[in-house]
Design a protein around this ligand. Structure first.
Ligand SMILES: [Zn+2]
Length: 289
């Protein structure tokens, strides 16, 4: 029995070694949503090199991710929810079925350390601008607690189930009023604006606290690799290499990593920034930590 135990310990040690060797790339996935199988989802990410991820999904499902210790998770707050539902999965965002969580409830969750950032902000699915004044009390709260705010931009896949979705509301130029009203807010443009990537770049050039993530645009199942390369080239040429963050949006992480690796003009140092260093800086809670 003892020998068996020793053998088991040795074997698991070897497996661990194997895993760390095969995933030499440290990855912070800033754009994750819930899945039907949280354990296998988290394990697959870990095996690909993910040590930290930012997850947002229905509040109920999100709570099922609180016990994982193999990767470190940051928890978001998804809203506003058309008809109270998460797009695509159509789960209720909140137990009460509400579209907008109450400010007092949100603040309570922040104080109990159950919310690390706001996002994915679903204003486009809801049919309003990210600078709509109904969002301002939430931005005020984010600023008060120094929480980043991730805003969905670009387009959407089919069957999202949000009847008021508006393509034009995914244009990052709509962030202008919000950024001038809250210049210290840490905002990230999710999906790098996708088809509005030039607008995303112009906003980032004017606002140095604004970051982006490369989810969807880096997924070859959704966007052609040449398009991803064009967007990356434009971003790097604009001097934004310190503000691009890696994200999968539940896409196949191996395909997304391969897409990044196949961009030949990215240096190793630029890839390290993209894979985790920029996100670490963006999500840092205070200057000291
Ligand atoms: Zn999105």
């Amino acid at each position: 029995m003892k020998t068996l135990l020793i053998l088991f310990v040795l074997l698991s040690g070897m497996m661990l070694l194997d895993r760390t060797e095969s995933s030499s790339q440290k990855i912070f996935d800033v754009h994750l949503h819930g899945s039907e199988g949280p354990s296998s989802q988290v394990l697959a990410l870990q095996e690909a090199g993910v040590y930290k991820a930012a997850i947002s999904t229905s509040w109920d499902l999100q709570n099922r991710y609180r016990d994982f210790s193999n990767i470190s998770l940051l928890y978001g707050l998804m809203f506003p929810c058309a008809n109270g539902k998460v797009p695509y999965s159509l789960q209720s965002c909140f137990e009460t079925g509400e579209e907008w969580p109450s400010i007092s409830w949100v603040e309570q969750q922040i104080m109990e350390k159950r919310i690390d950032y706001f996002g994915e902000i679903l204003n486009q699915y809801y049919g309003i601008s990210p600078s709509d004044s109904s969002l301002y009390p939430y931005y005020t709260l984010a600023l008060k607690y120094n929480l980043p705010v991730g805003i969905h931009t670009g387009g959407a896949g089919p069957d999202h189930g949000s009847p008021n979705f508006e393509m034009e509301m995914g244009n990052p130029l709509l962030l202008k009023p919000l950024l001038s009203r809250f210049p210290k807010l840490k905002v990230w443009i999710m999906h790098s604006g996708d088809q509005y990537y030039k607008e995303a770049i112009s906003i980032m050039k004017d606002n140095e606290l604004v970051y982006t993530d490369i989810s969807v645009i880096s997924n070859p199942d959704m966007v052609p690799p040449e398009k991803f390369s064009t967007i990356m080239k434009a971003s790097i040429d604009a001097g934004l290499e310190d503000r691009l963050m890696f994200g999968t949006d539940n896409g196949d992480i191996i395909k997304v990593m391969n897409a990044v690796e196949s961009i030949d003009f990215l240096s190793k140092a630029q890839k390290r920034k993209l894979y985790h260093q920029n996100a670490e800086r963006f999500f840092r809670k205070s200057e000291k930590s």
